[in-house]
Design a protein around this ligand. Structure first.
Ligand SMILES: [Zn+2]
Length: 270
């Protein structure tokens, strides 16, 4: 996961007017799905913001296999203490849109891998008493789910270098709770995804090891410098926001900081 500045999204001509009409229809008791075309209009624009990757898991996805996810569900909310028919008033609010793959977005079970997950109608809060049920501001709600549109949330997720499984990074209980719940609800521990993440991690760690050797060698013999720069460029690409699992790759690179290798920190700051 990485931070995504959704304010960069360019809207099609007249979209705000169409969204306002749809919102009015819903406020009069209409079904948000009757106007699904309104949020689907933004799908390609949302995909462009993150190089066609799912905003939650960073897996590259073809546009036909994905969806505009409503961060706050537009339909029933299963985590609500009372019956909740959905944040229907946010169904056409662009700040509520995320771009997600089927595994993160839809509830499903992976029998072979022994995992289950997918957001579906889930939206737990840290303090359920702050839950908003009817038209109004949700500013006081504190979501448990990590949000790629919140500046610091993505930094609470990392992965294990030995198998690519996602893990919580924070030290505080609340941070860990949020990360662990997000791993389960977004199905980030889905076995095929872990395998892809692990493949990326193995390549990254191999490049880091090579770069460290070349950096040390270049200190006494400048002839190694070009090869070091090539390895560093590969590492930089792996942690670039356009690359798959770039958040987790940044986390793994952060674990390789070393006083003898200041370039690691320099790459992280690039
Ligand atoms: Zn995903």
């Amino acid at each position: 996961m990485r931070y995504i500045d959704r304010k960069r999204l360019q809207l099609p001509d007249g979209w705000l007017d169409r969204a306002a009409i749809a919102t009015k229809h819903v406020s009069n008791g209409g079904d948000p799905s009757d106007h699904a075309g309104v949020w689907r209009e933004l799908k390609d624009g949302l995909a462009d913001l993150f190089n066609d990757k799912c905003w939650y898991c960073e897996v590259p996805i073809t546009r036909s296999d994905n969806a505009v996810d409503h961060f706050r569900p537009k339909g029933r909310v299963s985590d609500a203490a009372l019956e909740h028919i959905g944040y229907r008033w946010l169904a056409f609010e662009q700040s509520n849109f995320r771009y997600a793959c089927t595994f993160c977005n839809s509830r499903r079970k992976d029998v072979e891998g022994g995992t289950a997950g997918g957001k579906g109608d889930r939206f737990p809060l840290l303090d359920e008493s702050q839950r908003v049920y009817t038209f109004g501001s949700v500013a006081e709600e504190r979501p448990i789910l990590l949000d790629p549109c919140e500046v610091g949330d993505w930094r609470l997720l990392g992965c294990k270098k030995e198998n690519g499984k996602p893990c919580a990074v924070g030290n505080e209980i609340e941070q860990c709770t949020r990360a662990e719940s997000s791993i389960e609800i977004y199905h980030l521990h889905h076995e095929p995804t872990c395998k892809l993440r692990h493949t990326a991690a193995v390549q990254l760690l191999s490049d880091i090891e090579e770069a460290k050797g070349l950096f040390t060698a270049a200190e006494s013999d400048a002839a190694h410098s070009p090869a070091f720069k090539n390895a560093a460029a590969r590492i930089l690409k792996a942690i670039h926001v356009d690359s798959p699992f770039s958040g987790e790759m940044r986390f793994l690179l952060g674990g390789e900081r070393d006083l003898n290798h200041p370039w690691v920190q320099e790459l992280l700051e690039t």
